[in-house]
Design a protein around this ligand. Sequence first.
Ligand code: GLU
Length: 281
Amino acid sequence: MNPAAFVTRLAPSPTGRLHRGHAFSALTAFEAARLAGGRFLLRIEDIDTARCRTEFEASVFEDLAWLGLDWPEPVRRQSEHLAEYRAAVEGLRARGLLYRCFRTRAEILADIGRAPHGPEPAFTGEPLDAPEEADLLAQGRPFAWRLRFTEASRQLGGFGHLGFFEEGLGAVAVRPELVGDVVLARKDVGVAYHLAVVIDDALQGVTCVVRGADLFEATHCQRIIQALLDLPTPTYRHHRLILRADGKRFAKRDTAETLADLRRRGWTAADLRADLGFGPV
Ligand code: GLU
């Protein structure tokens, strides 16, 4: 296989220490690249300036090197490319695909009777009429840019022709009901995860996105954004999630299973690799 043909990546957000689940994801992507004779990239997804910290970024590099992984330098840091994302937001806005939403996530969830910490369900809002919007802008009220989902459907001629290839599953048709008027630019940084991730995957030539099954639904949204921006669609491999001993998902506050902690307790990288089902480097 042409070594350039397979490109995958790990895209952690440095909002905490890496845990066993991240190690599984990293090893799955790294081994996929190795087996395909391709490339494994590391990308730092640090647009959430309130939660990302440089010390966590340093620990990402340390932990992944300890696991035996390497990657091309320099790594792409999303915080260094905000102008590129904002240009894409501007392009979508100019095509009538975005509207300003002044409501907070908490207000939206309260309206539809959902718990504040749950995932945001597909949301359909309503653009404000011009005087109302002008009034809120004049008051300096912050807003996010949301996708005008019905307009996206109109411009794309519906979503029926959109899908992606999931390794081990085959062709998956996009399920528009999972998407809705998703936020493409947050109030604070002017971009949101779904937009930055598709731009970066395309710019970095990623051919196969390897990530946890918790992001499977996000792929439906990201496929629509790829179509709107005329970006190529990689294939996807959403791997099983590594759970805590009690069957729950790891949370940032679970410090006992961080790689730093396992290391402190005497685990070697070989121990962890074997425990997660991978052979020696
Ligand atoms: N930054 C995301 C996370 O840490 C991963 C995004 C992705 O793999 O597409 O959950």
